[in-house]
Each structure stands twice: as C-alpha cells, then as structure tokens.
Write a protein that binds this ligand. Structure first.
Ligand code: SAM
Length: 299
C-alpha cells in the first residue's frame, strides 16, 4: 500500500479513478510508485502511464518498482506542467489523473533532505535538491520577520507564528539557522510549554509551512487545477488526495467552480471528501488529515 494511506483511501481512489484496460493515465506524484503500480495493473498492457515527480530520487524509486511495466513513462516535471506531461502520453488526453500531495515517507525519513524535525540534517526541503532554487535555510536567512511570521501562520496555521519568527530573527543575528534540530529546538522554546500541541511535535506546523513555501506547493496545485480539465478525455476522471486544509480548499473550490452553471465541464464525484476511517488513523497517523476528492469530465 502507498505510504501514508489506508485501505479505505486506496480502495476509494481506485474506485473513483476506475482505471480500465488500454486507458491513458497520469500519476502526477509518482513517489515510491505505489499508486502507479495499482493503476498499471489495471490499464496494461495496452495503456499508457505517465509518472511525474519533481524529485529525481523518487522518480528513480518509482521506475525501479515499475521496471516490468513497459508502458510506464517517467517525467521529471512538476505536475502543473500539463502540456509536457500530455506530450509524454503521445499527446493523448488522459482518462485518469491522480495527485497524492505532500511528501513520501522516503523523503521524510532521509535526514539529508531536511524535512524532518526528528533527526539532524541540513534545512534543505527542496523537492529537487539539485534545482538551484533557494532552500529552507536560504529562506530563513533572507526573509523578514514579518514574511516568516506570515509563512508560519498561513501555511502552518501556527498560533505562535510571530514569536517563532522573532526567535529566528534574533538567533540569526548570532548564527545562521541551518540545521533541522536547531530549528526544532528554537520553535519548542518559542512556544510556551503549556501550549505545546498534544498529538504532534511542537515544530510540526513550522516544518510543514516551510516546506510549502520552499516548494511553492499551493501555486503548483492551483496551476494544475486551472488546467486539468482541458487535458482530460471526455469521461476522464481526476482524483486529488490532500493532507492540508489549504490544499483541500483549493481542490474543493476549483471542482465546485468548474462544475457550476452552463459552462460546466466537469461533475464532482465526491459530494464530501473521502477520509480514512477513525480506527485506521490510529495505526497510520500520517493519514490523519488525508482527504480525497474526485471529478469527471463530462463534455
Ligand atoms: C505522498 S508522495 C506520493 C506517493 C505515491 N502516491 C506512492 O504511491 O508511492 C508525493 C510525491 O509527490 C511529489 N511531488 C510533490 N509535489 C509535486 C509537484 N508539484 N510536481 C511533481 N511532483 C511532486 C513528491 O516529490 C513526492 O514524491
């Protein structure tokens, strides 16, 4: 099963996408290739499966897993680059598209990537560390106190965003904030002990916010949602699994807008988002905030 997923979510994703023999599919977030493998099993051997991931190391993992799938194509691209991804499918529109947002446990568990506050590593957090784009440590060095507070508040819904931003700015006057444990410790100290969240590490929200900002994650999702329907075949399905309320809101709004009125091109397949069942979350805490929504292109 793909990491961070529960049987209910996986089954529902496949039911809503209903991949069928000979169809053309896009997995826009290939990751470790778990979903891609399930899709490949259903569309092969005459289908086409385009797997995209911005992280070259994840694309390598996915392609290794799908070594025996000759109709899988691997593209190191952002999932919002829909024209490029369609070209990889010989220009054909997609019968199905999947986005499973966020990060893979392989990325999270690799300290050298800087996504985790549990082990020490450089504060990088870029999907593609070789991209030349600014890393998290660059952002922490250059952003103003207000910019940092806005990032933590907006992308992390962190109540103590201002205190944390102030602590970072004070600290960087003396030495740069460059390591994961250094940041985690700084955040812990900036939040009053009695306000530490019970279920998550006190630095969870700040790390999530930084990752979203470093990779401009909401921009990519918004661009995908803007264009996806144009690249779906008639009757084609799209599913998005999100792990954050801001992401889910973007998906919900885009689906609602594009399914309303006379101009409507899609219909929404999930009146409410599909969420994992409570007892599944107990055994798989990463699935806690997962929400699945799907839509179909009608005309
Ligand atoms: C949660 S994992 C996907 C796991 C995958 N569904 C599986 O079954 O193994 C998300 C993946 O999407 C990639 N990703 C996130 N945002 C992306 C974007 N805008 N464009 C391309 N890949 C992206 C990440 O690098 C990561 O590998």
């Amino acid at each position: 099963m793909p990491a961070g997923h529960t049987p209910v979510l996986l089954q529902e994703t496949l039911r809503l996408l209903s991949p069928a023999p000979g169809e053309v599919f896009l997995d826009g977030t290939a990751g470790a290739g778990g979903h891609a493998e399930e899709i490949a099993r259903r569309i092969g051997p005459d289908g086409i499966l385009v797997c995209a991931d911005l992280d070259p190391s994840m694309l390598a993992v996915a392609s290794e897993r799908l070594l025996a799938v000759p109709f899988a194509r691997f593209v190191p691209a952002d999932f919002s680059e829909l024209e490029t991804l369609r070209e990889a499918a010989d220009g054909r529109p997609f019968d199905g598209m999947l986005l499973d947002l966020g990060i893979s446990s392989l990325q999270l568990d690799d300290p050298s990537r800087g996504f985790s506050f549990r082990e020490d590593g450089p504060l990088d957090m870029r999907r593609d560390p070789g991209s030349g784009d600014p890393a998290a440590r660059d952002l922490l060095r250059r952003a103003t106190e207000k910019e940092l507070a806005d990032i933590f508040y907006r992308f992390g819904e962190e109540r103590f965003s201002r205190r944390i931003a102030r602590a970072i700015v004070e600290r960087r006057r003396r030495d740069p904030v460059e390591r994961t444990l250094q940041l985690a410790d700084l955040v812990k100290r900036a939040i009053p002990r009695k306000a530490w969240p019970r279920e998550i590490h006190p630095a969870t929200r700040v790390f999530q916010a930084l990752r979203i900002a470093v990779n401009r994650e909401l921009e990519s999702l918004a661009a995908f949602l803007d264009g996806f329907a144009r690249h779906l075949a008639q009757g084609g399905r799209a599913a998005v699994i999100s792990f954050h309320s801001l992401e889910d809101r973007l998906v919900k709004t885009a689906f609602r807008e594009q399914s309303a009125g006379e101009e409507a091109v899609i219909s929404v397949l999930t009146r409410k988002p599909v969420v994992p069942e409570a007892e599944e979350i107990g055994t798989n805490p990463r699935a806690r905030s997962a929400k699945l929504r799907a839509a179909r292109r009608d005309k």
